[in-house]
Design a protein. Structure first.
Length: 67
């Protein structure tokens, strides 16, 4: 697995494990919304920076291969 595959794995792992995390899958509110909604929305939004980081690592790896 190359370096540019790693950044998107954190949001994927956070979303896959969401139903099993006890502090997320309980009754209660964060910011006036159910905890799972806030957790899911946050990690969905974190996909954008993770994919940007991955793209930059991919470009850097391509530049190293060309040199």
């Amino acid at each position: 697995m190359r370096r540019y595959h790693w950044p998107p794995l954190l949001p994927v792992l956070a979303l896959v494990l969401m139903p099993f995390l006890p502090f997320v899958n309980t009754t209660g509110l964060w910011l006036g919304l159910p905890r799972m909604v806030v957790w899911g929305a946050f990690w969905c939004l974190m996909f954008t920076p993770a994919l940007l980081w991955s793209e930059r690592l991919l470009r850097a790896a391509g530049e190293e291969d060309d040199a």
